[in-house]
Ligand binder design. Structure first.
Ligand code: GAR
Length: 206
């Protein structure tokens, strides 16, 4: 009987959202799921060290090594299947997955985005660019969104959102940090627990 959803976290960079998930698991707040695999598409990403420190197996799979998007996604899928992954979490994963990929995993891929979708999102909007765009526009409130991933970049069903104030002296970096601290690191583990609990319940009824 499945007692916990098996989670893979896909990363590209620093991995502070991965760390928030690991910490939530260690505190018992993420209890319906277990992070069993971390995959980076960037060699040397600091997130890989966080995985190692937490004793979580980690892999690097790059598009460049694979030679094409199709081969890259096939390698990702193979690693996910081999590890019997129930839930995929994109935590600062800076690569858009194709419709072919996302259709294979309906309602099983979570993403965290550093704005209040539908503002400042979609293709080309990631990392500090999102915060720069919010500052350029002059909005006074931004935030973070956790949503399901479908074939539309940042277009899947929204699960959780939290607003964060923008201060007059903000730079993209200070804003990014506040959005992470006040929203992303809280929402992502909450959504991971919600979805994991659903997966466990569904499997029990199988
Ligand atoms: C986070 O702010 C995350 O929301 C964002 O990149 C950062 C990754 O930080 N993701 C996107 O912009 C995706 N569209 P982390 O590696 O420290 O978690």
């Amino acid at each position: 009987m499945l007692t916990k959803a098996r989670i893979a976290v896909l990363v590209s960079g620093g991995g502070t959202n991965l760390q928030a998930l690991i910490d939530a698991q260690q505190r018992g707040e993420l209890q319906s799921g277990e992070i069993v695999l971390v995959i980076s598409n960037k060699p040397g990403a600091y997130a890989l060290q966080r995985a190692e420190k937490a004793g979580i197996p980690a892999l690097t799979i790059t598009r460049k090594d694979c030679g094409s998007t199709e081969a890259f996604e096939a390698a990702l899928l193979a690693a996910l299947e081999e590890n019997h992954i129930d839930l995929i979490i994109l935590a600062g994963f800076m690569s858009i997955l194709s419709a072919d990929f996302t259709r294979r995993c309906p309602d099983r891929i979570l993403n965290v985005h550093p704005s209040l979708i539908p503002s400042f999102c979609g293709k080309g909007m990631y990392g500090l660019r999102v915060h720069q765009a919010a500052l350029d526009y002059g909005v006074k409130v931004t935030g973070a969104t956790v949503h399901l991933v479908n074939e539309i970049p940042d277009g899947g069903r929204i699960l959780l959102q939290k607003a964060v104030a923008i201060l007059p002296e903000d730079t993209p970096e200070t804003l990014q940090r506040r959005v992470m601290e006040q929203a992303e690191w809280i929402l992502l583990p909450q959504a991971a627990e919600m979805l994991s609990a659903n997966i466990v319940k569904e499997k029990r009824h199988d």
